[in-house]
Design a protein. Structure first.
Length: 190
């Protein structure tokens, strides 16, 4: 696998395709998103990586401040901007009650989601999928993006089941722009 990673070293999805740049999610960077497990731009501990990436697939602890009072829902999108694909790989997609201000480790699992957290489809399955970059591909940036929404997402066009919705369907259902947003990037390589 290291050979494949080396061959694809220059192939990256890129920053411009992240949810952060979707027109429906523009808004003030007023949410302060943090983790007790890593700081912005620093490596993520291996425990948060996927099993093939040497970890336990445990979603990190997240806390935030600055949620506007009029928020109807929070949208969390975790994407790998450095995946060797045409678009960033989705590692987690979740709708969160605006009353919440933190998520404990593991709160984004498909079977272990916390109260007030509705985990949706990731790139493979449902719930948090930890980093598993190709060996030899170099560092990958995992963008944890949190958006305060004006209206709650309860359904999406073209998908009868919200849990089966793809990221683009969810983003298109946002009645943007976002009231506020925040971002935390973690780094992982193998």
């Amino acid at each position: 696998m290291a050979t494949l990673g080396t061959l694809l070293k220059n192939k990256r999805a890129g920053e411009t395709h992240l949810a952060w740049h979707h027109p429906n999610l523009s808004g003030p960077d007023a949410l302060d998103l943090r983790s007790a497990d890593f700081r912005h731009g620093e490596p993520m501990p291996a425990v948060h990586a996927g099993r093939r990436g040497g970890g336990r697939n445990l979603s990190p602890a997240l806390t935030w401040t600055g949620t506007p009072q009029e928020s109807a829902q929070l949208l969390l999108v975790v994407e790998d901007a450095d995946a060797p694909t045409s678009r960033p790989f989705v590692h987690c997609l979740a709708l969160i009650s605006p009353e919440r201000q933190e998520l404990l480790p593991g709160a984004l699992g498909a079977d272990t989601s916390a109260e007030g957290v509705h985990v949706l489809r990731s790139g493979m399955g449902r719930g948090y999928l930890g980093p598993q970059p190709l060996k030899g591909h170099g560092e990958h940036r995992y963008a944890f993006q949190l958006f305060a929404l004006r209206t709650a997402i309860t359904s999406v066009p073209r998908r009868p089941n919200l849990e089966a919705a793809r990221l683009r369907d969810v983003l298109d259902a946002v009645g943007g722009p976002a009231l506020a947003r925040g971002r935390l990037d973690g780094i992982y390589a193998r």
